[in-house]
Structures are given as structure tokens and as C-alpha cells.
Design a protein around this ligand. Structure first.
Ligand code: ADP
Ligand code: ADP
Ligand code: MG
Length: 648
């Protein structure tokens, strides 16, 4: 076994690989870009080498710089993780030339599987079923359209160099073909520098089922059962599981055999995944699945396979790469229970899953309940430079139903603030009745879009109570007294033991009444039910309060009476008292002109003095109060002359 390993990756997969390396007594070298200088994978490694500026092109994709780091630190092997250089045959070759072991298959196998058309042709020759379609050299739009017709609509246009669902278009009829082809070619050219495409029959009721394979350098190859990755959005995996629901044993055997055949056909070594598409329109059938592509690396969703087999795939990779034989024969590999993984992303489902960057002001992942693979900690930033994954959360149980429920429960205990996440979306998907019944295909998410992404509701009253109590307690901690009045905005004194906390929700004020009991406890006055003890809150850098409830995050703003007065002032011809109080000073006289921002009067409220200012240049028409006056909320303090307020 190696004594030192460099991990040419970042985030959760770098951390994941290091965990196993450490367990095997291998010392670890991290590489990092400037954006990751303080990242978890750097903190966890025994040594770390800076490789460049944030952009992946100038750092994690720089094979020569990474090789230099390996030489400089004396690493004997490089684990590429997934993405970045993991399927780069030139990099694997450069490693070999430098006398450093690339933890992955030989460059020839990476190449053989690198282009979808060549891989399919090779598989067809090896007797593996492939999706019918056109793989030809000729790329004229006319020929491609003819081939689509011959294949039979619906068809899928795919970039031969494709990956990550890019350069792919489904076409349902002849009339849409030309435009779709143009779009696929454009996308492929910009993503892969290669605009060649192939045509495939679009499989009905498609299920994505893939086989994990493993081969060593001694001619042995096995499979570790299948994973179902049918829950996809834009051809990208969202929720994965193992085994595939409803998989007939005969189909598993046939698919396993096909996958092993595929690996042997390209002289494979190490971990690989053979992806198939299955037609589930009449249930899964042993003769209704076809090869799509092979990914020649460790896959994102490998933890579900680890859960059901009890094997550590990274350990197997390292053993095979160091020359050991596979420790298990096919009949020694057991499938136990069911595992489901969800990809937790910093993205906003309400805005078409736009990546959401920022600081994780709160990050709580229930590691006591489930397996969590994450590359970030609370306080870390999700930057725009890389994949915005926060974590993979994996649950394992005896049955599929139990595993899905466990995962949903774990996500409900997850707390994220500082950026948007898909957490609530994942929970809804896991609880959706068709999903629970195992009735899935790649159209599941688009079909249930409306249910899975409902419009954001107003925060329930209980949650406001939670936030209000959090504020009062925060105030008590800060002042070590029971008297929050002297500081916090948004508090209003009503009675001796009663307290009102005001929030603004959707531009409107919403108040929560709290009652302080003699025993020091705090209660919500208008709640029909007790405030949930599961909820929790944090104060954000912005001053807002984030409250968590069953995996949802609500961000509440405190009502700021003076901001409200400002807004009111700018649209009206007067300044009013934002809350009940006492006029302490009047600073202007009728007939006087004032500049925007000039102080007009001072009001004392909530034991604090507040200056009311002009929101625009104005001519004072009336002064409606005198020092010492008690005023109610909304009372006019100063009126402006008409012309001036309009001019302003
Ligand atoms: P990528 O390299 O982008 O992963 P794949 O060939 O693996 O490309 O396809 C990505 C996804 O597109 C699959 O997981 C599946 O959901 C869908 N897909 C691919 N080929 C077909 C097909 N022939 N019929 C239906 N769906 C398909
Ligand atoms: P919009 O920008 O769409 O008007 P908001 O900013 O009010 O909406 O946020 C809507 C929801 O988005 C919040 O209730 C919360 O669920 C989520 N959200 C907003 N900001 C954050 C944040 N900083 N951290 C976590 N979630 C947030
Ligand atoms: Mg794929």
C-alpha cells in the first residue's frame, strides 16, 4: 500500500477519500485554489499545496501543477475523485510517465469510454445491448434528420463528448428536430469543444439504472449491484438509491453480466460505473435495458452501494491501484437492505434552481442519524467557482420505505441559513406518494414540479413566536437582565409581563405577543398550540432572524419603525410617529426649508430616543406637536408644503 496519497480534488469527495486514506494509515496531501485556502479538505490533510487562483481552469484542472505538487511532497499516488481530471486520459498518462500511480483505470480504458459513440460501438461489438440509433461520422443536418426519422420519434440528440446532461435534447417530432439539433450542437461546442452528436431512441418511461463494477490488475472483475438514479432534473441526478426498486433478479443478473463484460472489454481496472437506460413501461424486464455510457471513475452516488454491500469503495480503489487482488469474488458480495442518497445543494428551487452562493451562517447536518458526506462547515462560504453542493445525505435501513423515511427525517432535522438550499424540495420528493411506492422514472421531478416546489407560504405564527422568543433570550443574554427594552428594536412594552415583537413579512407588519411568567418561562399569547421545541433560530449577519422548522428556513426581518417612517415620508406630504411615544424635541419651524436627511424631531419610545428625519428636500408647512406631547402611532409630527413635496 502507498504511504502518501495526493487528492487532486476538493469539497466532499476530497474529504471522503482522505477519511479512508487516514484509516489505512496513508498520509494525505491536499491541493487547493485560493478560494479554498481555508476549506475543510485542506484542514483535514497532513500537507497542503496551493495550486492557483480560484478558477478551476487555473487550479484543479492544471494537471502539470498538480503533478509537481505530488513530486514535491513525495506522494506515490494521486486520487482524482470525480469531475476535474478524473476522466482525463492525458493526465493519467502523465502520472504514469512521472512514476506516480493514478488511482483509476488505465488511460486506454478512459479513452475507450470517453466518447459516447465509440463506447457504444465498442459495447455493441462486445455483445452488450445498446440504445438503438445513429452513431455515424456524417454530421450533416440532413443526414441526422433522416437518421432520427429512421430511429423513430421521440429521439434524443446527444453530444458524443457529452457529460453532466449537457448538449442533450429530446425531440418528439420531425418539426422540432432542426432547432433542437442546432441547440445541442451549440451547447456541445461551448461545453466540450466538440459539436458532434449521436441520435438515440428516446426510451419510454425511462429509468436510469447503473451497475457498479470493480476490476483489478489480475484479470478479475465483479459488480457490486445496481443503483437507481431515475430522480433527475435536466438529466442530472438528484436522489439515488440501491438497489433499484422492483428489480427482478433475472434482470440484475443480466445487467451485472453486461457490466462486467463491458469492463473486461476495455481492460478495466478499479472502480467504474456502467450506466443503462431501462424501459419501465411494463415494469422492469431483463430484455429491456440498454447501455448508455461508462463513467471511468468513482461516482458521486457511490455511498449507497457502500451502504448495501458494507464495502469501502475508496479502500478497494486504493488496494487495486497498489497492485492487490480484489478481496472478494462475485458470490461473496452481499446485498443488504436499502439505501437512499439525496444531494443537498446551495440552489434556489423557487428560481429555477439557480445556484445560491454565500456564507453558511448556519449549517447543521444530523450526522448522528445518517451518513453525511460534506466538504463544508458552518461559517464556510459556497463560492461561485465550483459545484454548489453542500452535502450528500445517505440513509440505510432494512427496507426502501424505512430508508426513505429515515432520510426525510434527517433532512427535516437539517438547518441551513445564509443561502438558499434544495432541502425542503428533497424532503417533499422523498415523501411524495408515488416516490414512496417506488413508482419512479426520469420524468418524476418535472411531472410533480408543482407539488415539489409550491409557492413560498407565509411563515406560520408558531414560527414567529419561535423567533420572538429567540430574540428575547438573546437580549437577556446580552444584558444579563430580564429587561430587553433598552436595546432591541422591534420590542414594544404593552403590560408588565407582556411583550410585543414586531416583524415585517411581505412588507406588512406582523406582531407576536409574548408573556413572561414569574418562573422565568416565556410563552406565546395567541398561539393555539405550544411553540415547537424542534424549531430553532439564529441571528444573521444582516440582523434578520433565520428560523428552522422541519427542514425549511424562514428569514424574518424585524420591523424597523424608522425605516417604515422613511418610506412613508417619501411618498407622503408629512412625517408621522412610527409608534406611540413622547416628543422630546422639535427641531424645525413652519416656513423653513430642509434638506433630505435633516433632523425634524426627536421621539422617545421603547426607552430610546429616535430622530425623525426628512426623507427629501422639503419646505415645512406645519409643525403639529410640541416638546412633552404624548403622541400615538401615526400622529402627524410635521407637514410639508405641497409644491416642495412634489418637487422632491
Ligand atoms: P451524461 O454523460 O450527460 O451523463 P447520459 O448519456 O448518461 O449523459 O444521459 C444522461 C441522462 O439522460 C440519463 O441518466 C437519462 O435520464 C437520460 N437519457 C439518456 N439517454 C436516454 C435515452 N435513450 N432515453 C431516455 N432517456 C435517456
Ligand atoms: P424573495 O427574495 O424571493 O423575495 P425572501 O428573500 O423573502 O424571498 O426569501 C424567501 C425564502 O427564501 C425565505 O423564507 C427562506 O426560506 C429563503 N431564504 C431567504 N434568505 C435566506 C437565507 N439567508 N438563508 C436561508 N434561507 C433563506
Ligand atoms: Mg451519465
Amino acid at each position: 500500500m502507498f504511504s502518501k496519497l495526493l487528492i487532486a480534488n476538493r469539497g466532499e469527495i476530497a474529504v471522503r477519500v482522505m477519511r479512508t486514506a487516514k484509516g489505512l494509515g496513508i498520509s494525505t496531501v491536499a491541493v487547493y485554489s485560493d478560494a479554498d485556502a481555508n476549506a475543510l479538505h485542506v484542514a483535514m490533510a497532513d500537507e497542503a499545496v496551493r495550486i492557483g487562483p480560484p478558477s478551476a481552469r487555473e487550479s484543479y484542472l492544471k494537471g502539470d501543477v498538480i503533478l509537481a505538487a505530488a513530486r514535491q511532497t513525495g506522494a506515490e499516488a494521486i486520487h482524482p475523485g470525480y469531475g476535474f481530471l478524473s476522466e482525463n486520459a492525458e493526465f493519467a498518462e502523465a502520472c504514469a510517465a512521472a512514476g506516480i500511480v493514478f488511482v483509476g483505470p488505465p488511460p486506454s480504458a478512459i479513452r475507450a469510454m470517453g466518447l459516447k459513440d465509440q463506447a457504444k460501438a465498442l459495447m455493441a461489438k462486445a455483445g452488450v445491448p445498446v440504445v438503438p440509433g445513429y452513431l455515424g461520422e456524417e454530421q450533416s443536418p440532413k443526414r441526422l434528420a433522416e437518421e432520427a426519422e429512421r430511429t423513430g420519434y421521440p429521439v434524443l440528440i446527444k453530444a458524443v463528448a457529452g457529460g453532466g446532461g449537457k448538449g442533450m435534447r429530446r425531440v418528439d417530432s420531425k418539426s422540432g428536430f432542426a432547432a433542437a439539433l442546432e441547440g445541442a450542437k451549440r451547447e456541445a461546442a461551448s461545453a466540450f469543444g466538440d459539436d458532434r452528436v449521436l441520435i438515440e431512441k428516446y426510451v419510454a418511461r425511462p429509468r436510469h439504472i447503473e451497475m457498479q463494477v470493480f476490476a483489478d490488475n489480475h484479470g478479475n472483475a465483479v459488480h457490486l449491484f445496481e443503483r437507481d438514479c431515475s430522480l433527475q432534473r435536466r438529466h442530472q441526478k438528484v436522489i439515488e438509491e440501491a438497489p433499484a426498486p422492483g428489480m427482478p433478479p433475472a434482470m440484475r443478473a443480466a445487467m451485472g453480466e453486461a457490466a462486467v463484460k463491458a469492463a473486461l472489454a476495455v481492460g478495466y481496472s478499479g472502480a467504474g460505473t456502467v450506466e443503462f437506460i431501462a424501459d419501465a413501461s411494463e415494469g422492469l424486464k431483463a430484455d429491456r435495458f440498454w447501455f448508455m455510457e461508462m463513467n471511468t471513475r468513482l461516482q458521486v452516488e457511490h455511498p449507497v452501494t457502500e451502504a448495501i454491500t458494507g464495502l469501502d469503495l475508496v479502500e478497494l480503489q486504493l488496494r487495486v491501484a497498489s497492485g492487490e487482488k480484489l478481496p472478494l469474488a462475485q458470490d461473496q458480495i452481499r446485498l443488504q437492505g436499502h439505501a437512499v442518497e439525496a444531494r443537498l445543494y446551495a440552489e434556489d428551487p423557487q428560481h429555477d434552481f439557480l445556484p445560491s452562493t454565500g456564507t453558511l451562517e448556519r449549517l447543521h447536518l444530523p450526522e448522528n442519524l445518517v451518513r453525511v458526506d460534506s466538504g463544508v462547515r458552518e461559517g464556510d462560504a459556497v463560492t461561485p467557482f465550483y459545484d454548489p453542493m453542500i452535502a450528500k445525505v445517505i440513509a440505510h435501513a432494512d427496507t426502501r420505505e424505512a430508508a426513505a423515511a429515515k432520510l426525510a427525517h434527517a433532512l427535516e432535522a437539517t438547518q441551513i441559513a445564509g443561502l438558499r438550499s434544495n432541502n425542503a424540495f428533497l424532503i417533499r420528493a422523498l415523501k411524495q406518494p408515488e416516490f414512496v411506492a417506488g413508482d419512479i422514472d426520469t420524468g418524476f421531478i418535472p411531472r410533480h414540479q408543482a407539488e415539489l416546489i409550491p409557492p413560498k407560504a407565509e411563515p406560520p405564527l408558531q414560527l414567529l413566536g419561535q423567533a420572538a422568543m429567540f430574540l428575547v433570550r438573546e437580549c437577556e443574554r446580552a444584558h444579563r437582565s430580564n429587561d430587553p427594552w433598552d436595546r432591541a428594536d422591534g420590542f414594544r412594552l404593552v403590560g408588565d409581563a407582556r411583550q410585543t415583537v414586531d416583524f415585517v413579512i411581505g412588507g406588512k407588519r406582523r406582531s407576536v405577543q409574548l408573556m413572561h411568567r414569574h418562573d422565568g418561562s416565556l410563552e406565546m399569547m395567541d398561539a393555539k398550540a405550544a411553540v415547537s421545541p424542534h424549531g430553532n433560530a439564529v441571528r444573521m449577519k444582516s440582523g434578520d432572524i433565520a428560523v428552522f422548522e422541519r427542514g425549511e428556513t424562514w428569514v424574518l426581518s424585524l420591523y424597523d419603525p424608522f425605516a417604515a417612517a422613511d418610506e412613508q415620508g417619501s411618498s407622503a406630504d408629512r412625517v408621522t410617529a412610527p409608534m406611540p411615544g413622547k416628543v422630546i424635541q422639535v427641531l424645525v419651524r413652519p416656513g423653513e426649508t430642509v434638506k433630505r436627511g435633516a433632523p425634524l424631531a426627536v421621539l422617545e419610545a421603547m426607552k430610546m430616543e429616535h430622530t425623525l428625519a426628512a426623507s427629501a428636500d422639503a419646505l415645512i408647512a406645519t409643525v403639529d406637536v410640541s416638546p412633552g406631547d404624548q403622541v400615538n402611532e401615526g400622529a402627524v409630527i410635521v407637514g410639508f408644503a405641497k409644491e416642495n413635496s412634489e418637487a422632491a
